[in-house]
Design a protein around this ligand. Structure first.
Ligand SMILES: [Cu+2]
Length: 260
C-alpha cells in the first residue's frame, strides 16, 4: 500500500486548526456564569432578542448570497470554445427588487432596534433600588443609597460584592476614582463605562436567584484581570435579611442569609 505524503506545513496547519477548535469549544457552555446567551434578567433578555433579530436575517442573507454565487460560478463557468457571452445592460425588475427588498428589511430591523434603545436608555421603574457603584484600581464598592440600608454608624451600607433583590429594577450610579473602568454583569445586562469626573447610569434586574459573575470590561492597568465581583440575586425578603446581616457583622465570612 502506498502512503500519501503530507508536507510539514500541511500537518502544522491541521494541528493548529484542531488545537484552535478545542480551545474555542472550551470557551464556555450555555450554562456558564458569563454567557450572554442564557440571560437571567429582562434587560439582558431584550438585548439578546435584539441581537437575534439582526443575526438571523443576516445569516439567511449570507447563505442565500453565497449559495447563489456558488451556483452561478459553477453553472455558468466559462467552457472551452465559449465566446464572449451576450452583453446585457440593466434589468428594471431586478433593480427595483433589490432596492425595495433591503429597504423593507432595514425598516423591519429599525423598528425593534429603536424601540429597545429608547426603552433601555430610559428610566427604570419608580420603585427601583438605588446603588452607587464606585470603581477604582482594582476593586469595586457598592453603596446602597436607599435610606433603609444603613451600616452600624448610620451611613449608607457599602459592600465589596453586589447583592440585589430579584424582580425589582436596580438603578445604578457609576463613578470611578482614578481611570476609566467598565461595569459588566453579562447575564444581566451589557457593559457601561465608569468614568472619573462624571456619573454614568445603567439599570437592570434579575428574574431568578443566583450568583452571577461580573467584571471590569475596560483594560484599566496591571490588576485589571482581577477586577471581578459577584452579583448575588436573592428573594426580596432574603435580600433585606442579607443586608441587615452584613450591616451587623460584615461580609467576611458571608452571612448565611446572603446565600441564594
Ligand atoms: Cu477596571
Amino acid at each position: 500500500m502506498k502512503l500519501r505524503k503530507f508536507s510539514t506545513a500541511k500537518v502544522a496547519t491541521i494541528a493548529i486548526m484542531v488545537v484552535a477548535a478545542v480551545l474555542v469549544a472550551g470557551c464556555g457552555s450555555l450554562g456558564s456564569d458569563q454567557n450572554t446567551f442564557s440571560p437571567s434578567g429582562e434587560v439582558a433578555q431584550k438585548q439578546l432578542d435584539l441581537f437575534l433579530i439582526v443575526l438571523v436575517p443576516a445569516v439567511i442573507i449570507l447563505i442565500g448570497v453565497f449559495g447563489a454565487m456558488l451556483y452561478i460560478f459553477i453553472r455558468f463557468r466559462r467552457r472551452e470554445g465559449d465566446g464572449i457571452p451576450k452583453q446585457i445592460e440593466g434589468n428594471n425588475r431586478l433593480e427595483i427588487g433589490w432596492t425595495i427588498l433591503p429597504t423593507i428589511l432595514l425598516l423591519g430591523l429599525a423598528v425593534p432596534t429603536i424601540m429597545s434603545v429608547i426603552e433601555l436608555g430610559g428610566s427604570p421603574d419608580d420603585d427601583a433600588l438605588g446603588v452607587r457603584v464606585i470603581a477604582q484600581r482594582w476593586d469595586w464598592a457598592f453603596d446602597y443609597t436607599d435610606p433603609e440600608y444603613l451600616d452600624a454608624d448610620g451611613r449608607p451600607l457599602s459592600t465589596k460584592e453586589l447583592y440585589i433583590p430579584i424582580d425589582r429594577d436596580i438603578d445604578f450610579d457609576l463613578e470611578a476614582l482614578d481611570v476609566i473602568h467598565s461595569f459588566w454583569v453579562p447575564k444581566l445586562a451589557g457593559k457601561q463605562d465608569v468614568m472619573p469626573g462624571r456619573t454614568n447610569r445603567i439599570w437592570f434586574n434579575a428574574t431568578e436567584t443566583g450568583v452571577f459573575q461580573g467584571q471590569c470590561a475596560e483594560f484599566c492597568g496591571i490588576g485589571h484581570a482581577g477586577m471581578r465581583f459577584t452579583t448575588t440575586a436573592l428573594e426580596p425578603a432574603q435580600f433585606d435579611a442579607c443586608l441587615a446581616a452584613i450591616a451587623a457583622n460584615g461580609e467576611d465570612p458571608l452571612p448565611a442569609e446572603c446565600v441564594p
